[in-house]
Design a binder for this molecule. Sequence first.
Ligand SMILES: NC(=O)c1ccc[n+]([C@@H]2O[C@H](COP(=O)([O-])OP(=O)(O)OC[C@H]3O[C@@H](n4cnc5c(N)ncnc54)[C@H](OP(=O)(O)O)[C@@H]3O)[C@@H](O)[C@H]2O)c1
Length: 236
Amino acid sequence: MQSQTIAVVTGGSAGIGRAVLERFVRAGARGVNLARRPSGLPGVVDLAVDLADPAWENDLPPRLLPLLGGTGPLCLVHNAATLREDTATNLDAASLRAVLELNVVAPAALNRLLDARLVPGSSIIYIGSTLSEIGVPGRASYVTSKHAIVGLMRATCQDLVGRGVTTVAVCPGFTDTEMLRAHLAHDAARLDAARQRSTFGRLIDPDEIADVVAFCARTPVLDGAVLHANLGQKSS
Ligand SMILES: NC(=O)c1ccc[n+]([C@@H]2O[C@H](COP(=O)([O-])OP(=O)(O)OC[C@H]3O[C@@H](n4cnc5c(N)ncnc54)[C@H](OP(=O)(O)O)[C@@H]3O)[C@@H](O)[C@H]2O)c1
């Protein structure tokens, strides 16, 4: 039986998720991308799935589970997320449900689906955000979902006691991806302002977050930790 690590990454088609997949495959793991678009990475199996549509729970298992044979550790990375502009008092219920579906419910459902495959040495890494522990105006559903991810990680840590599975919430700061650029409306001045929010005066490269994720996945002493990776984000 194969003892190779398998990395299953949601949203591995772009940004941080793609960098994470690339990092694992370079280290000799098998990679599976769960996203609507392919990753285009050699050595990665792309399974097209819309994790915001609960129908995936019926459609995905027959395509995913046969890929997970072998006895090697599984690294499950909950990365896919959506960011909308809304406030705590104008939040539309349907919109909040849609954000929670992708950002929180899909990770929980994937945990349930893959529970039996979490052999000792496996890991579940949640991609949080600086906004997992603080609020900002105008991002109510995102802030809520990113706080919830930390709750789910902490519950994972307590519920998997004795299983030899490491779980960590990795919380990036301003990282140079489609999500950040779209969020800042591709506006040069706003991008520059984001750069100046770090003590290094630049954006984080997705590969830097991928390195942190890979480190967490093989470091059991971090089990239950919330790890900020934000290039020294300034508080004001
Ligand atoms: N960039 C930042 O500054 C920053 C800061 C803090 C936290 N984060 C977190 O980092 C994670 C990755 O963000 P990113 O910046 O790398 O974003 P990104 O470049 O926009 O990538 C988002 C990924 O999520 C996938 N995705 C979105 N909707 C999906 C859906 N309905 N079903 C399946 N996959 C879906 C996308 O794939 P498809 O479009 O192909 O489906 C894409 O691969 C997120 O959890 C985000 O909250 C990012």
